[in-house]
Design a protein around this ligand. Structure first.
Ligand SMILES: NC(=O)c1ccc[n+]([C@@H]2O[C@H](COP(=O)([O-])OP(=O)(O)OC[C@H]3O[C@@H](n4cnc5c(N)ncnc54)[C@H](OP(=O)(O)O)[C@@H]3O)[C@@H](O)[C@H]2O)c1
Length: 393
């Protein structure tokens, strides 16, 4: 019986992880659940899985949860960042599924590794901000980081035990999001609700907006760099609107391996949980005849400059990716709240990156400092230049 802690259990990845586990109760036991503030859903999840520990970041929500929880579940409800960390370090789990969103997932990931836990990682911002620290610590402790992101899971499966020296390049596929084919002029007036309508996947708000700007693919390029130890010039992006080929790996002899399947996150989630074994999932099977033709196109980095910015951050190294990520988190939030236009998201990120004096080989304290700095800069720019500027993009 594998004992699992699920961080971000109330989100899209978290809920699908619990669905996978519900079908495999003889193999997995949930020992801890965490989220930010959704006490109502957490209450249902606790009743169903009876974990020893649960935590909500928001203390008021945690109090409400404690008040409504029956004693027979035996679950201790913690709160704050410390509470989330305790769910990782004190829950006696074998594996942590990190389905949190944003750079908030970095410290719990590091704490999990410090205390000897393998990680199934969906939270890409963790590797974007702290890739070197996380991968070094995992290697030092002899622990695994198994990707859940469908593209990285595909690459992980295609590479298998092939040494990195025999891999020529990675081809990360991207759907292109809801606005594929649009120009900057057409993108000027798109709304948050239009941007949230991803053609192939139902996901949380932040990743949906990142998919629409192509920043998601940029974050994934950086994630791939750390997971697979390949430089940026060996990681390419190809637009594939059907989201059937989840990514490809070209080997040095010219052979290209791809992993295909229906766009359903429960497949990579289950694989991360059962790895190295494969188990039946009971999910609808891929039918190549019904799925029809598969297209591949070059990404449009003129109208969607976020992807270019991510490559620049990766090539710069140091704290540049921390700053890219922090500014992007703020810009996405401002867009969702109607404070800035869609085209302003990459513009905010670019200006904060331009202001940043890069710092090489950052430690955790540097990462936290420059993450806060980038958020403050992004917020201050929008505050200062206001409507007049941001809506002109
Ligand atoms: N969704 C997908 O299909 C998918 C695919 C590949 C990769 N990913 C990656 O997986 C991660 C999660 O994505 P998602 O779509 O599942 O996001 P989501 O639906 O927004 O869920 C995020 C989860 O994290 C919790 N959370 C948010 N901020 C937190 C904080 N500061 N501290 C603690 N917990 C916090 C949320 O709690 P509340 O519900 O209480 O707010 C929720 O449980 C992201 O990094 C994303 O890029 C997602």
């Amino acid at each position: 019986m594998k004992r699992i802690a699920v961080l971000g259990s109330t989100g899209s990845i978290g809920r699908q992880t619990l669905q996978v586990i519900e079908n495999r109760r003889e193999e997995f036991k949930i020992v801890a659940l965490t989220a930010r503030e959704n006490d109502a859903l957490m209450l249902e999840q606790i009743r169903q899985h009876k974990p020893a520990l649960a935590a909500l970041l928001d203390k008021g929500s945690a109090k409400r949860l404690r008040d409504s929880l029956e004693t027979d579940t035996g679950t201790a409800v913690l709160d704050g960042e410390d509470g989330i960390i305790k769910c990782v370090t004190e829950s006696d789990c074998d594996m942590v599924v990190n389905g949190m969103v944003g750079m908030a997932g970095l410290i719990p990931t590091l704490k999990a590794l410090e205390t000897g836990k393998n990680i199934a990682l969906a939270n890409k911002e963790t590797l974007v901000a702290g890739g070197q620290l996380v991968m070094d610590l995992a290697a030092k402790k002899g622990l695994s980081i198994i990707p859940i992101d469908s593209e990285h899971s595909a690459i992980f499966q295609c590479i298998g035990s092939t040494p990195v020296s025999q891999v020529k390049r990675l081809l990360l596929t991207a759907s292109g999001g809801p606005f594929r084919g649009k120009t900057r002029t057409q993108l000027k007036s798109v709304t948050p609700s239009e941007a949230l309508k991803h053609p192939n996947w139902r996901m949380g708000k932040k990743i949906s907006i990142d998919s629409a700007t192509l920043m998601n693919k940029g974050l994934e390029v950086i994630e791939a760099r750390w997971l697979f130890s390949l430089d940026a010039d060996r990681i390419e992006v190809v637009i594939h609107p059907q989201s059937i080929v989840h990514s490809m790996v070209e080997m040095v002899d010219g052979a290209v391996l791809a992993q295909l399947g229906n766009p359903d996150m429960r497949i990579p989630i289950q694989y991360a949980l059962t790895y190295p074994e494969r188990k039946p999932s009971g999910l609808p099977r891929y039918n190549p005849v019904l799925a029809g033709s598969l297209e591949f196109l070059s990404p449009d980095t003129e109208n969607f400059p976020a992807l270019k910015l991510a490559y620049q951050a990766l090539e710069a190294g140091g704290t540049m990716a921390v700053v890219l990520n922090g500014a992007n988190e703020v810009a996405v939030d401002l867009f969702l709240r109607g404070a800035i236009s869609f085209n302003s998201i990459p513009a905010v990120v670019e200006w904060v990156m331009e202001k940043h004096n890069n710092h090489k080989n950052p430690c955790l304290e540097d990462i936290i400092y420059w993450d806060i700095w980038s958020r403050q800069q992004a917020a201050a720019m929008v505050e200062r230049d206001g409507e007049k500027y941001w809506h002109l993009q």
